[in-house]
Design a protein. Structure first.
Length: 196
């Protein structure tokens, strides 16, 4: 599996193209749809869809046009669709299993940053795309319009804290790291886990 990261905008949001063989998914194309379109076409990839971790524009701003340019479906959790405001092709609920080559992608509902925040887990490759749920050194904000500190706490305890130390997280901002590193340097994560 190959992962290509693109960083865009004033908030330096991460967008990704994840490919195996000729197939790929685009995750959180927030800026410059041409960048994603050009890369996918230059690599000769077949896009299976655009996966959105949540509705915020720094992660979705280029999604609709990228989907149109590449003629592929847009996937977003149902709870974030109204806030997103663009047509969505597939409404996620959490628990879905998608396929990319030999990979099965599990959709994990992790509300807190938004009501419909999700993470995309690739169990075979031990990789998870976490959006704005968990970063290397902190957690996503919960003080925005549909954020919830309590829901974030539950998502960390019920979902994220169950990931093994060798799982590599690819967040919506900043650099990737292992969960082992998260458990060493992410104080917000540690505070929630210690309080239980």
């Amino acid at each position: 599996m190959e992962i290509k990261r693109f960083v865009g905008g004033i908030l330096e949001a991460n967008g990704y193209v994840v490919s195996e063989g000729n197939d790929c998914y685009i995750i959180d194309p927030g800026y410059k749809p041409g960048v994603f379109t050009k890369y996918v076409k230059k690599q000769g990839l077949q896009p299976l869809g655009i996966l959105l971790t949540h509705h915020h524009s720094d992660h979705t701003g280029a999604a609709a046009l990228t989907a149109k340019n590449l003629d592929c479906p847009l996937l977003l959790h149902r709870a974030d669709c109204d806030m997103y405001g663009e047509p969505v092709d597939v409404y996620l609920e959490g628990g879905e299993s998608l396929r990319l080559g030999e990979e099965r992608i599990t959709v994990l509902h992790t509300p807190g940053h938004t009501k419909g925040s999700v993470c995309f887990m690739f169990p075979k490759s031990r990789v998870c795309f976490t959006g704005d749920t968990v970063f290397n050194v902190d957690l996503g904000r919960t003080d925005l319009s549909d954020g919830s500190e309590e829901e974030m706490r539950e998502s960390i305890l019920r979902v994220v804290n169950r990931w093994a130390g060798d799982v590599m997280i690819y967040p919506g901002h900043g650099d990737h790291c292992t969960m082992k590193t998260v458990r060493k340097i992410n104080q917000e994560f540690l505070d929630i886990v210690r309080k239980g």
